[in-house]
Ligand binder design. Structure first.
Ligand SMILES: [Zn+2]
Length: 107
């Protein structure tokens, strides 16, 4: 059976384990939940900023007009879509990464 070696404690860990048997480090394949949500947030802000610049260059609709309400709804939809895309992108970037994460590592 193939084994992994924990970089924290040098214990040999079975390949499909999710936690190091030596020190309890979490074995993460791909992006963590935090990384995915951070990726989604950053990407959403980026898309929002770019689309605001694009909209800002064109003529602004009258605030009393229905078009401005549609514009707000479009922005909301855009942010939600960008968030999902950002999460997928982050997952894709980290797809082949295998890491041992010890929660108290940075203390
Ligand atoms: Zn370990």
């Amino acid at each position: 059976m193939k084994t992994l070696v924990c970089p924290h404690c040098a214990t040999k860990v079975p390949q499909h384990a999710s936690v190091c048997v030596g020190c309890g480090a979490e074995i993460v394949r791909g992006a963590t939940r935090q990384e995915r949500s951070a990726g989604g947030c950053v990407f959403a802000l980026l898309v929002l900023a770019v689309s605001m610049v694009i909209v800002g260059m064109g003529p602004m609709p009258d605030p009393r007009d229905d078009a401005s309400l549609f514009l707000v709804l479009k922005f909301i939809a855009l942010v939600i879509i960008a968030n999902v895309v950002g999460r997928l992108l982050m997952r894709w970037v980290r797809r082949s990464k295998l890491r041992f994460i010890r929660p108290y590592e940075h203390l």
